[in-house]
Ligand binder design. Structure first.
Ligand code: ADP
Ligand code: MG
Length: 322
């Protein structure tokens, strides 16, 4: 069973950054508005995520580490309408099966916190602990027990870069949440709560905001907001393309194509546009189940989405071209 867990875990926690993504999504699902991330050696040595969310009851701590135990979805029908980020109940179990994991949590009304340790897939008894209301998950020595997988990891720097990318994507989408990121004890990002524009400026730079056109379009159930940089933004590249569907960062071909086409048609620029765009739509019209890490999605009616994105961009860019 432990082996089965480790194999399944490979899909969910391919690398430290995937574990970090699961933990950040759990904190957001728990309603946290303050999240602190500590990484060591690119996340391979340590990933710790601390939040001030709703917490987990002492009795539920072992359950949280159980595969397929999720508190977020009651039936398969709900899969279509998921508002939360995680819903498979595999995140913590997967991370626990490839690391030494400590889960500490305290609910608001509890007298103190409790913790549980999972070492090599085995759960230790729940014990009292000290912690402010909220949750900390600490994963140490990732893949120490799966040398084959460990071999596939790149350098600390590369793994760190993946972790930072995950952190930045999530932080961009949630300016209502205060974030702190430390790597090897050094503060990398300290992001106070603020407006969307402030968060974008903090992460992508004031020059991105200065070169950007704000965007706000609605057509029926489709809504697009965010920023697209004009060609004066010099760092335009695929690295500065942030596209979100219902709050999730995704890569989606239809959208990439529509955005690039608008850029080319209106501004006659061949380069890749830089943007931070949030598409909101009926959750039932988008299939987020394509891949366990949920970065790939599929639109049920991709032609309609393509048209909407193209027209929104076209309108915004045309207004500025004249
Ligand atoms: P999923 O997120 O898909 O439900 P996980 O394995 O990631 O599965 O988490 C299992 C359960 O543990 C969650 O459903 C939730 O009830 C609880 N949990 C995990 N992380 C947190 C957290 N940071 N705060 C509160 N509850 C949490
Ligand atoms: Mg989860």
């Amino acid at each position: 069973d432990h082996l089965v867990n480790q194999i399944a875990a490979g899909e969910v926690v391919e690398r430290p950054a995937s574990a970090l993504k699961e933990l950040l999504e759990n904190s957001l699902d728990a309603g946290a508005d303050k999240i602190t991330v500590d990484l060591a050696q690119g996340g391979i040595k340590l990933i710790r995520v601390t939040d001030n969310g709703g917490g987990i009851a002492a009795d539920d701590l072992p359950l949280a580490l159980d595969r397929h135990a999720t508190s977020k979805i009651a039936s398969l029908d709900e899969l279509e309408q998921v508002g939360t980020l995680g819903f498979r109940g595999e995140g913590l179990a997967s991370i626990a099966s490839v690391s030494r994991l400590t889960l500490i949590s305290r609910q608001e009304d509890a007298a103190h916190a409790h913790q549980i340790l999972a070492i090599d897939g085995r759960l230790h008894p729940v014990e009292p602990a000290a912690h402010a209301p909220g949750t900390s998950v600490e994963a140490v020595d990732l893949y120490f027990n799966t040398p084959a997988r460990r071999k596939f990891l790149k350098s600390d720097n590369t793994e760190y870069a993946h972790c930072a990318a995950v952190f930045e994507r999530i932080a961009l989408a949630r300016p209502d949440v205060e974030f702190l990121l430390r790597h090897n004890g050094k503060v990398v990002w300290r992001l106070p709560q603020g407006s969307r524009a402030e968060r974008v400026a903090a992460l992508l730079g004031q020059d991105f905001i200065q070169a950007s056109l704000p965007l706000e379009h609605v057509a029926g159930p489709l809504q697009l907001t965010g920023f697209i940089a004009d060609p004066t933004y010099s760092k335009a590249s695929r690295d500065a393309q942030y596209f979100y569907v219902n709050g999730r960062f995704v890569r989606e071909k239809t959208a990439q194509h529509a955005l690039r086409q608008a850029y080319r048609d209106v501004l006659h620029h061949e380069r890749h546009p830089a943007y931070v765009l949030f598409l909101t739509m009926d959750p039932a019209a988008v299939d987020v189940n394509v891949h366990p890490t949920k970065i790939e999605v599929r639109f049920r009616e991709s032609q309609a989405v393509h048209q909407f994105l193209f027209h929104s961009l076209n309108k915004t860019l045309s207004g500025s071209a004249g």
